[in-house]
Design a protein around this ligand. Structure first.
Ligand SMILES: CCC(=O)SCCNC(=O)CCNC(=O)[C@H](O)C(C)(C)COP(=O)(O)OP(=O)(O)OC[C@H]1O[C@@H](n2cnc3c(N)ncnc32)[C@H](O)[C@@H]1OP(=O)(O)O
Length: 242
């Protein structure tokens, strides 16, 4: 299960690195799970403000916006079940990045904050559209309009956060946050790769496509599994689900 790291996105370097990682993952045929996490106790504080000042004109802003929208849309559409491990702060573009994962799990010090309003902005990397789908339009309006700090408790309450991680007590005895995240995600990635990738595909099409198209995709994906090795093995073993 690979990890992606981030801190503050430097336009032209970290953003390109992220796009390259996404391209690699698009070609990872055996993959089932992905953990996106930060370094040194923080998740990601968004765009690199020093670099952003140099491109604060509409043309460059649009280029950066479209580049990141494309990258984060492709990240969410990977045939993998992904989780953002939020330790420390996820601010601005960092908050948007968390919404480009299927799940978000948080350490006790974690905060997701769409600080865009404070910057005279709205999200542009697809974070607003995804947030509405995750928490609903009422909550999204509150989080964006109020630039609200979402901590673990509030995140769980509104459904932005899917799981809580325990602070490691001592390095030797407790699982690190990354180990806990791997354990959390493994509940959803157990089993043959084609089945897990198919689960992601039917959920993604249900989330993104009109119902008639989603139903067609679901039928096609079902057809790839029916009578396949995992299906035949399950039938031969007379499995019970209690
Ligand atoms: C797409 C739209 C966007 O993403 S707009 C960007 C939104 N992000 C921000 O506005 C983040 C602003 N920064 C902060 O709020 C704080 O620096 C945070 C991240 C909370 C860390 O606070 P604190 O722990 O007190 O450390 P600090 O402020 O001394 O920061 C350490 C050094 O890191 C830097 N840093 C942090 N974030 C950024 C950033 N996004 N771009 C550029 N630099 C950043 C700080 O400036 C500071 O640098 P230095 O040590 O003073 O040289």
């Amino acid at each position: 299960m690979p990890s992606l790291y981030s801190a503050a996105f430097h336009p032209g370097s970290m953003m390109v690195q992220l796009e390259e990682k996404v391209s690699l993952l698009e070609n990872w045929s055996d993959g089932k799970g992905l953990i996106v996490h930060g370094a040194e106790g923080t998740f990601c504080s968004g765009s690199d403000l020093n670099a952003v000042r140099a491109i604060s004109n509409p043309q460059d802003g649009m280029k950066m916006c479209m580049f990141m929208q494309n990258t984060l849309t492709r990240l969410l559409r990977l045939p993998l079940i992904s989780v953002a491990l939020v330790e420390g702060k996820a601010l601005g573009g960092g908050a948007e990045l968390t919404t480009a994962c299927d799940f978000r799990i948080m350490a006790s010090d974690g905060v997701i904050q769409f600080v865009h309003r404070h910057m005279g902005l709205v999200p542009g990397w697809g974070g607003a559209a995804r947030l509405v789908r995750i928490v609903g339009s009422q909550n999204a309006l509150k989080l964006l309009g109020g630039a609200v700090k979402v901590d673990l408790e509030f995140g769980l309450q509104i459904g932005l956060v899917d799981g809580a991680l325990e602070a490691p007590q001592a390095q030797d005895s407790a699982d690190t946050l990354l180990e806990q995240a791997e354990c959390w995600l493994s509940r959803y990635t157990k089993g043959p790769t084609p089945v897990i990738q198919a689960v992601k595909r039917v959920v993604l099409s249900g989330r993104e496509l009109p119902l008639s198209d989603a139903l067609r995709t679901e039928k096609d994906v079902f057809g790839t599994l029916w009578g396949g090795p995992a299906n035949l093995q399950a039938l031969a073993s007379k499995s019970k689900h209690n």
